[in-house]
Design a protein around this ligand. Structure first.
Ligand code: FES
Length: 120
């Protein structure tokens, strides 16, 4: 192993425990997009709730904007990494449940998961 390689035992801990990415993509041509389904409001509510819960920052949770995640048919969508769990949400109650259950305790909210075959 040369100096630039890192073995898996040397891998640093992840900077954030979890990332949640919200698609905020907007299409002007009338095609389905998350922006037209209140994605921005969901993103802002999530950011606020994570901050209020004291969960934001290094070693904890990061809430990020994203462009199209190519799962528009399920929109609005958000995905949590490193768990790779995709959610579709409707309102702030859904976001609250994702924050409380998944981001805070690591428990997936099954009822909000995007079906595996739903894409663009
Ligand atoms: S527009 Fe949101 S996933 Fe494509």
């Amino acid at each position: 192993m040369n100096q630039d390689q890192v073995s898996s035992t040397d891998a640093p801990a992840s900077y954030y425990e979890r990332h949640i990415f919200f698609c905020l993509n907007e299409r002007k041509n009338g095609e389905a997009c998350c922006a037209l389904q209140n994605a921005q409001a969901g993103f802002e509510h999530c950011k606020l709730q994570v901050k209020r819960a004291g969960l934001s920052g290094p070693g904890q949770i990061r809430v990020n904007k994203a462009g199209c995640l190519d799962r528009c048919a399920a929109g609005p969508v958000a995905v949590v990494y490193p768990d790779a769990v995709w959610y579709s949400f409707v309102d702030n109650d859904d976001i609250d449940e994702i924050v409380e259950s998944h981001l805070k305790r690591g428990q997936v909210v099954e009822r909000l998961r995007v079906p595996p075959d739903l894409g663009r």
